[in-house]
Design a protein around this ligand. Structure first.
Ligand code: GRF
Length: 192
């Protein structure tokens, strides 16, 4: 049976990474099933997108409710989920919770480093390169073992929005590829 994946989007989650993951599973680029898309807010725009893609959705208001939605799930992909992920759930899903960050961690990560703040900081620090990082989730913001990074240039005169758009198109390639790696990693462990 294919592993079942839950995707957790943010309160205001636009859900573009979620959609990239779902499409990659639906077209067989990732051998897994998009089982559910959940958010802590019923008005997250990504929930509508998930429904259009034919994926069940759910809303949670507490850790307990989230755990119930994750019943029978093998992997959890955070995509635009801005809070620390509950330790209680991490303990139940070792090496099975992934996150994507729009910069080359360990640089430009941590509390407060989200959205345009990240890209603004990259530009202000004079970096010539940025990109995205998919990593396993730990109990600290943007820490946890890195699974995969993709890189792109920072152009002279880039605005944060321009850089964000360049990084976002990389994110949509990186996340499905990293999910494949995470699934293979656990399969290989099982074969040992
Ligand atoms: C992405 O930039 C991701 O790296 C970050 O939050 C953003 C979510 O965008 N964690 P989207 O909702 O997937 O479009």
């Amino acid at each position: 049976m294919k592993p079942r994946v839950a995707i957790v989007i943010g309160k205001r989650g636009r859900g573009s990474n979620m959609a990239a993951l779902v499409r990659a599973m639906q077209n067989g680029k990732v051998e897994a099933e998009p089982a559910i898309v959940v958010s802590s807010s019923g008005v997250a725009p990504g929930l509508q997108t998930a429904t259009e893609l034919g994926v069940p959705t759910g809303v949670f208001e507490s850790t307990q409710q989230l755990l119930e939605k994750l019943d029978g799930i093998d992997y959890i992909c955070l995509a635009g989920f801005m809070s620390l992920f509950p330790a209680e759930i991490l303990a139940k899903f070792p090496n099975r919770v992934l996150n994507i960050h729009p910069a080359l961690l360990p640089k430009f990560g941590g509390k407060g480093m989200y959205g345009m703040h990240v890209h603004q900081a990259v530009i202000e620090s004079g970096e010539t390169e940025s990109g995205c990082t998919v990593h396993y989730v730990s109990d600290q913001y943007d820490e946890g073992t890195i699974i995969l990074q993709l890189r792109c240039p920072v152009m002279q005169g880039d605005t944060a929005e321009e850089l964000a758009a360049r990084v976002l198109s990389l994110e949509h390639q990186a996340y499905p590829a990293a999910l494949n790696v995470a699934i293979k990693n656990l399969e290989n462990q099982r074969d040992l």
